[in-house]
Design a protein around this ligand. Structure first.
Ligand code: PNS
Length: 193
């Protein structure tokens, strides 16, 4: 009797310690996020956000907006290629990373990709107003998709693709702001034009 009691107690203890996913769900939960943007070019701030996102999601799709109204520095194909290359060097743990592009409404694309969330980086309060508007509009359009705001490291809080292009075009130093490959490709592009 005493032995059975002990076994039962041990059994119930071991059940209680099973991970949540094993005894509540018939399949492992897989979280997919979309990280949308222009990525023209991708900066170290973007990569910092992707690394942080990898702590929360099993898969992140880095999705480049096709915007025919803008005259970009890099074409969509160039941005895809650069992103794929620089993502090889980041700390992703077990998170799967995919590069894609999209046009039209972001939430339509997110639903088509069966995503749970949209990740956006917020650098300063000035970003917050615009990002909040977008997040609330996206929620209205598609309530099943959550927006997750993430803060980059302080050292990237002033880094934007727009400023990177401006500094580059005026001959400034980009070291530490973008991956070396991005600076190299920007220089190549300038000399080939
Ligand atoms: O890096 P960016 O340029 O700030 O990214 C902006 C982006 C791509 C997230 C935003 O322009 C967007 O989602 N465009 C898709 C069109 C859309 O869904 N518009 C309604 C947003 S409320």
């Amino acid at each position: 009797m005493l032995l059975l009691g002990a076994l039962n107690r041990n059994f119930s203890v071991s059940i209680c310690h099973l991970p949540f996913a094993i005894y509540h769900l018939p399949f492992p939960l897989m979280r997919r996020a979309i990280y949308p943007g222009s990525f023209d070019p991708v900066t170290n701030g973007h990569l910092d956000i992707i690394e942080r996102g990898c702590k929360l999601f099993d898969e992140i799709i880095i999705s480049i907006l096709i915007n025919p109204e803008k005259r970009p520095f890099f074409t969509i194909e160039e941005r895809r290629e650069i992103l794929k290359e620089v993502l090889k060097g980041i700390n992703r743990s077990t998170c799967a990373l995919r590069v894609d592009d999209f046009e039209g409404l972001l939430v339509h694309y997110a639903v088509a990709q069966e995503a749970d969330a949209i990740v956006r980086g917020i650098r300063a309060i000035s970003d917050y107003e615009y990002e909040l508007q977008m997040a609330l509009m996206n929620r209205r359009l598609e309530p099943s998709i959550e927006t997750v705001f993430m803060m980059p490291a302080e050292k990237y809080s002033y880094v934007s693709s727009r400023l990177v292009k401006e500094v580059f075009q005026l001959g400034g130093e980009l070291k530490g702001l973008v991956p070396p490959l991005v600076e190299e490709r920007m220089k190549q592009k300038m000399t080939s034009e």
